[in-house]
Write a protein that binds this ligand. Structure first.
Ligand code: R5P
Length: 288
C-alpha cells in the first residue's frame, strides 16, 4: 500500500501513511503558465493499493481537478486499487436544487471523482449522509465526532453541556457528549409573534455551565457567533466551538473569538491553526 498526498492534505496524508505503516508518495505538481495543473506520479505503483488523499476545500475547483488528475494518473500508472480519501468533501452544501435550474453541484463532484478510475471512496462527516449514495462505487462516510468528544477533557470543562448549533446538529452533539457522559441539547428558535423570535437550548439551562457548540462545518462563523451571543446572555460560564471542518473563511475566526468564544477546536480534514485533532486514525482503521 502507498499513500499519495494531494496539495490540500499534505499533513493528513503524512499522518495517514504513518498510521498505515506505508510509504508516502509526494506527486510532482506544477502550474502551466496559463494556470492549468500538471501532475505526475514519480514512483512505481504497479499492482499496488494506492490511497490518494485530497480535501476539496478552498480553492475547491483547483483541488477537485487536482484530485481527479491524481486519481487518473495513479490508475493509468498501473495501480491495482485506487482509493480516494476526500476528508472534506467540497460542494456538499449544494446537494439539492433550491431553485429551478440550479446545478446539484455535489452530484457532479461525485461523478468527477468516480470517473477518474477510483475503486472506492472515504470521506469524513459529509454534510448529509445521503450524498454518498450518488456514488456507484463503494463509498463510506466516517464520523470524527467521537474524536472531538475524546479531546474535550483537555479543556477542563465544568458542568459541560454539548450543544448542537441547530436541530440538524443534535445527532452530532449526542455523539460528542457520549464520549464524556455529558448532557447534550440543541439551540431551538421559537417564534412568539410575527416579529419576535426567541432562541434558546430546547431543554437545558446553561447558566454557570461550560458549553461546547458543535457543528460539522464552521464557514463564515455566523451560526456560532449567533449561538455564542445567546448563550452568553443566558449566563453560560465558558463557550467553546467545535467542528470537523474548519472552513473558516475570511475573518470568521476573529469574529467568533470576538463574540466571546474561548477557543475553536477542529480536525485536520482542512489544515488550519484550529486543527488540533487528527482524523488519520479513523481513516486508517476503515481502510485497513
Ligand atoms: C449548515 O447546514 C452547516 O451544518 C453549518 O451550520 C454551516 O455551514 C455553518 O455556516 P456558517 O459558519 O457560515 O454559519
Amino acid at each position: 500500500m502507498k499513500v499519495i498526498a494531494g496539495s490540500a492534505s499534505k499533513l493528513l496524508a503524512d499522518r495517514l501513511a504513518k498510521a498505515l505503516g506505508c510509504p508516502l508518495v509526494k506527486p510532482e505538481r506544477k502550474r502551466f503558465p496559463d494556470g492549468e495543473t500538471y501532475i505526475r506520479i514519480p514512483e512505481e505503483v504497479k499492482g499496488e493499493h494506492v490511497v490518494v488523499v485530497q480535501s476539496t476545500c478552498s480553492p475547491a475547483n483547483d483541488n477537485l481537478i487536482e484530485l481527479s488528475l491524481l486519481l487518473s494518473a495513479t490508475k493509468d500508472h498501473g495501480a491495482g486499487r485506487v482509493t480516494a480519501v476526500v476528508p472534506y468533501f467540497g460542494y456538499a452544501r449544494q446537494d439539492k436544487r433550491f431553485k429551478p435550474g440550479e446545478a446539484i453541484s455535489v452530484r457532479t463532484a461525485c461523478r468527477i471523482i468516480e470517473s477518474a478510475g477510483t475503486d472506492d471512496m472515504f470521506t469524513v462527516d459529509i454534510h448529509e449522509d445521503d450524498i454518498i449514495k450518488n456514488f456507484a462505487i463503494p463509498a463510506y462516510n466516517l464520523s470524527a465526532m467521537p474524536l472531538i468528544g475524546r479531546y474535550l477533557p483537555k479543556l477542563n470543562l465544568r458542568a459541560p453541556v454539548v450543544l448542537g448549533a441547530d436541530q440538524g446538529s443534535l445527532v452530532r452533539a449526542r455523539r460528542v457528549a457520549a464520549e464524556i457522559s455529558a448532557e447534550y441539547d440543541y439551540l431551538e428558535k421559537t417564534r412568539l409573534a410575527p416579529t419576535e423570535v426567541v432562541t434558546k437550548p430546547k431543554r437545558l439551562n446553561v447558566a454557570g455551565k461550560d458549553i461546547v457548540i458543535v457543528d460539522d462545518i464552521i464557514s463564515t462563523g455566523g451560526t456560532v457567533v449567533e449561538a455564542a451571543k445567546i448563550l452568553k446572555k443566558q449566563k453560560a460560564r465558558r463557550v467553546y466551538a467545535a467542528c470537523i471542518h474548519p472552513v473558516l473563511v475570511g475573518k470568521a475566526l476573529r469574529r467568533i473569538l470576538a463574540a466571546g468564544v474561548k477557543k475553536v477546536i477542529a480536525t485536520d480534514t482542512i489544515e488550519h491553526k484550529t486543527s488540533v485533532i487528527s482524523v488519520a486514525p479513523i481513516i486508517a482503521e476503515a481502510i485497513r
